[in-house]
Design a protein around this ligand. Structure first.
Ligand code: ADP
Ligand code: MG
Ligand code: ZN
Length: 634
C-alpha cells in the first residue's frame, strides 16, 4: 500500500520532460535572463530619463503661481499634458510649477491663467503618453526577470544535489562502449546468458511478438575483480543501446531523499530512451537487507531501496529497459529485491579456472610486446585463485618490470616474478590453496563424482571443480534427476552415500577424517534424520512419524526410548552410507585417482569429458537431465 502511495505522489510532482533535456533548457534560460538584465536596466533608465517631467527655470509654489497669474505678472505660459506642469516666463524670469494630475486641478490652473489674461498654450506631450506606460512595463519586466533568475539559480543549486546530470549516472550513448564479449574471458556461461539480453535489446519487437517473457532485472553475483562490471559494459558495447551506469554507493548520500530522487531520474531517463540498459554497480550498498532498529543512514538507504523497488515494479517487461546489477555480497541483499519481477535472474560470476585464466592473460597481453618464449599457460597454471583483476595486474607488473630492466619484450621471468609480486602484494585477498589442500580437495570432489556415478539413485554429476568459492574448497554440481516427489528409500540412501563420499575420499587418502567435509556431513545428517523421523523409514521404528509421537505425549516431547532409537537409526544410516562410499571408491580407485589428477591439472571438468571419465563407473539407468536448479555439493 505504502509503495503505491509513494509512487503516485512522486509521479505527480515530477511531471516534466526528460531530466537532462530539462536541465539544458534551464541552463539556456539562465543565460538569456542574465543577459537580459543589463539590457532591461539600460532601457528602463533611458525611459525613465525621457519620461521625467520637464522643468524650466525656478520652481514656484502653486499658490504663488495663482497670485502671480491674477496679478498679471506672468507673461507667457505653457501647460504640459500629461506632465501636469506649467512652464513659462514671469517678471522674475523663467519658472515652473507643478499641479495635481486631476482635471479639476488643471481647470483651476487654466482659469487662473485666463483670469490674468496670460497667453497660454496647452501642449499635448504625445511621446510622454507612450513612454510612461513603457517605463512601467520595463520596470515590471525587470522585476520579473530578477525573480525568475533567482528562482532558477536556487533550483539549479538544488539540482546539483538532487540532479541526474551532474553527479548522477554516467551515460554511455549507444555504440560508445568499445568493450565487447571478446574482452571478457572465462565467463562463457554468463556471457551466453547475457547474449540473450543483447538480442532482446536489439530487436525487442521480435521477442514481444513471440510473447516471450524477458527478465527485467539480472543480478551479476561473484567475488570482486572477476569481471562483473566488465561484463555489464560488454553487454552495452554489444547491444549498441544507451547504457546508464551508477554505483550503489552513489545513491546513498548524506542528504535524505537524494538517493531516491536519483533513482527516479535514472529510471525516467531510461524509460524515455528505451530500449536501453540500466546498470547498478555495487547493489549491496543500497540493497542490504533492512534491519530492525535504525542506524544513522538507515532511513536514507531504506527510502532509496523502496524507490528502487517501486521503479522495478513500475515498468513493464515490454518497455525495453533491462536492469543489470552487480554485487559481491548477494547474501546480504534484501529479499524483496530478489522477488519475481525484480532481480529474479542471477548470473554467477566465478573465479576463473585455468582455461579462463589463460584467456584473461591473453586479453591483457594484447597490444603488449610479449616475448616468443613467454608461456602464458604456465602463468595460468601458477595462479589458481586469482581473479581477473589480479591477472590484469600480473601482466601490468610484468610490463613494468620489463621496462625497468630495459627490455623491449616481456618474457617469462618477468611474468613469473609478477605473479609472486601480486601474491605477496598488499592487495591480495584471494585464497591460494597450498598443494596439500589442493590435493585433498581434488580427491574429495572426485570422490563425490565417482560415487554418484556408481549410485543409481543419485543425481547426475555434470561439473566438478576445485576452484575455491566462499567457504567450500571445491564444488561438485549435480543435475537432479526427476525431481523426487516420491523418493524410494534406496534413492535416499544413495544420496547419503554421495554426500559422504567426500569424507570417504579424505579418509582413504590421508587415513584420517579432516575438516573439509563439514557441510556434507551436516546435510547427510539432516537427510538421515528426516528419513527416520518424518518419512517413517527407520528399521526398528518403522512407519512412525516422530512428530506425531511427540504430540501424543504433549509437552514432554519424545520419550527417551524413541529419542535414543532415533539417534541409533540415524547413526546406522550414516555409517552404512560411509561404508558404501568407501567401497565404491576402492572398487573404482583408478577412475577416482585419474579424475582427481585431472582436477589438479585443470581445476574443473564438465560435460562430455566428465562423462567419458565416469563411464566405467556407471551402472543402471540414469534419469534424464532436467532443467531444474542445479544441486551443488561442497
Ligand atoms: P568486478 O566488477 O567483478 O569487481 P571488474 O569488472 O571491475 O570486476 O574487473 C576489474 C578488471 O579486471 C577489469 O577491468 C578487467 O581488466 C579485469 N578482468 C576481470 N575479470 C576479467 C575477465 N573475465 N576477462 C578479462 N578481464 C577481466
Ligand atoms: Mg565492479
Ligand atoms: Zn563435499
Amino acid at each position: 500500500m505504502r509503495r503505491t502511495l509513494l509512487r503516485r505522489t512522486r509521479d505527480d510532482d515530477h511531471d516534466e520532460s526528460a531530466p537532462d533535456e530539462g536541465l539544458s533548457n534551464r541552463r539556456t534560460a539562465i543565460i538569456v535572463l542574465t543577459a537580459a538584465l543589463p539590457v532591461l536596466i539600460g532601457l528602463y533608465l533611458i525611459a525613465l530619463y525621457w519620461s521625467r517631467p520637464e522643468t524650466y527655470g525656478e520652481e514656484i509654489r502653486l499658490d504663488e503661481f495663482n497670485t502671480m497669474a491674477s496679478a498679471g505678472r506672468i507673461h507667457d505660459a505653457v501647460v504640459l499634458v500629461p506632465d501636469s506642469r506649467v512652464i513659462g516666463e514671469s517678471d522674475r524670469g523663467p519658472f515652473w510649477t507643478a499641479f495635481g494630475a486631476s482635471e479639476t486641478a488643471m481647470n483651476r490652473v487654466l482659469s487662473a491663467l485666463e483670469g490674468g489674461n496670460v497667453p497660454t498654450t496647452v501642449r499635448q506631450q504625445w511621446g510622454k503618453g507612450l513612454i510612461m506606460p513603457l517605463t512601467s512595463l520595463l520596470g515590471v519586466l525587470l522585476i520579473v526577470d530578477g525573480f525568475v533568475l533567482v528562482f532558477l539559480l536556487i533550483r539549479g543549486r538544488g539540482d546539483a544535489l538532487f540532479g541526474f546530470g551532474k553527479s548522477g549516472a554516467r551515460q554511455l550513448q549507444s555504440g560508445e562502449s568499445k568493450i565487447t564479449f571478446k574482452d571478457v574471458a572465462g565467463l562463457d556461461e554468463a556471457a551466453e546468458e547475457l547474449a540473450e539480453i543483447r538480442d532482446y535489446l536489439q530487436a525487442p519487437e521480435r521477442f514481444l511478438a513471440m510473447g516471450a517473457a524477458v527478465p527485467k532485472g539480472i543480478l551479476l553475483a561473484g567475488p570482486p575483480g572477476c569481471g562483473k562490471t566488465l561484463l555489464a559494459r560488454a553487454v552495452a558495447g554489444e547491444a549498441g543501446v544507451p547504457f546508464y551506469s551508477m554505483s550503489g554507493a552513489g545513491f546513498v548520500e548524506m542528504f535524505v531523499g537524494v538517493g531516491a530522487a536519483r533513482i527516479r531520474d535514472l529510471f525516467k531517463t531510461a524509460k524515455a530512451t528505451a530500449p536501453c540498459i540500466v546498470f547498478i554497480d555495487e547493489l549491496d550498498a543500497v540493497g542490504r537487507g533492512r534491519v530492525a532498529g535504525s542506524v544513522i543512514g538507515q532511513d536514507e538507504r531504506e527510502t532509496t531501496l523502496n524507490q528502487l523497488l517501486v521503479e522495478m515494479d513500475g515498468f513493464e517487461m515490454v518497455s525495453g529497459v533491462v536492469v543489470l546489477a552487480a554485487t559481491n555480497r548477494p547474501d546480504v541483499l534484501d529479499h524483496a529485491l530478489l522477488r519475481p519481477g525484480r532481480f529474479d535472474r542471477r548470473v554467477t560470476i566465478d573465479r576463473p579456472d585455468v582455461k579462463g585464466r589463460l584467456g584473461i592473460l591473453k586479453i591483457h597481453a594484447r597490444g603488449k610486446p610479449l616475448s616468443d618464449q613467454a608461456d602464458l599457460e604456465v602463468v595460468a597454471k601458477r595462479t589458481p585463485g586469482f581473479s581477473g583483476a589480479d591477472l590484469a595486474n600480473v601482466v601490468n607488473e610484468a610490463a613494468l618490470l620489463a621496462a625497468r630492466r630495459g627490455r623491449d619484450e616481456i618474457s617469462q621471468p618477468e611474468l613469473l616474478e609478477a605473479v609472486e609480486r601480486v601474491i605477496a602484494g598488499p592487495e591480495r585477498r584471494t585464497r591460494v590453496l597450498s598443494p596439500h589442500d589442493r590435493r585433498i580437495i581434488a580427491y574429495h570432489e572426485a570422490g563425490h563424482a565417482v560415487v554418484s556415478a556408481a549410485a543409481p539413485g543419485a543425481d547426475v554429476v555434470h561439473k566438478v571443480s576445485i576452484v575455491s568459492r566462499g567457504h567450500a574448497g571445491g564444488m561438485t554440481w549435480f543435475t537432479p534427476g526427476d525431481e523426487l516427489m516420491v523418493a524410494a528409500r534406496s534413492q535416499l540412501e544413495d544420496r547419503l552415500m554421495v554426500l559422504l563420499a567426500g569424507r570417504a575420499a579424505e579418509q582413504l587418502l590421508t587415513g584420517e577424517p579432516s575438516s573439509g567435509s563439514q557441510s556434507d556431513i551436516e546435510r547427510a545428517t539432516v537427510l538421515a534424520k528426516r528419513m527416520v523421523a518424518q518419512l517413517g523409514m527407520g528399521k526398528t521404528l518403522g512407519p512412525m512419524s516422530l512428530a506425531g509421537a511427540a504430540e501424543t505425549r504433549g509437552e514432554a516431547g519424545l520419550s527417551p526410548r524413541l529419542a535414543s532409537d532415533l539417534d541409533e537409526e540415524v547413526q546406522e544410516l550414516l555409517r552404512v552410507a560411509l561404508t558404501g562410499a568407501l567401497a565404491v571408491l576402492e572398487r573404482h580407485q583408478s577412475v577416482w585417482e585419474a579424475l582427481a589428477q585431472k582436477l589438479m591439472d585443470d581445476e574443473s571438468i564438465e560435460g562430455p569429458d566428465l562423462e567419458l571419465m565416469l563411464d566405467g563407473v556407471r551402472s543402471g539407468s540414469r534419469p534424464s537431465r532436467t532443467d531444474s536448479d542445479d544441486i551443488v555439493l561442497g
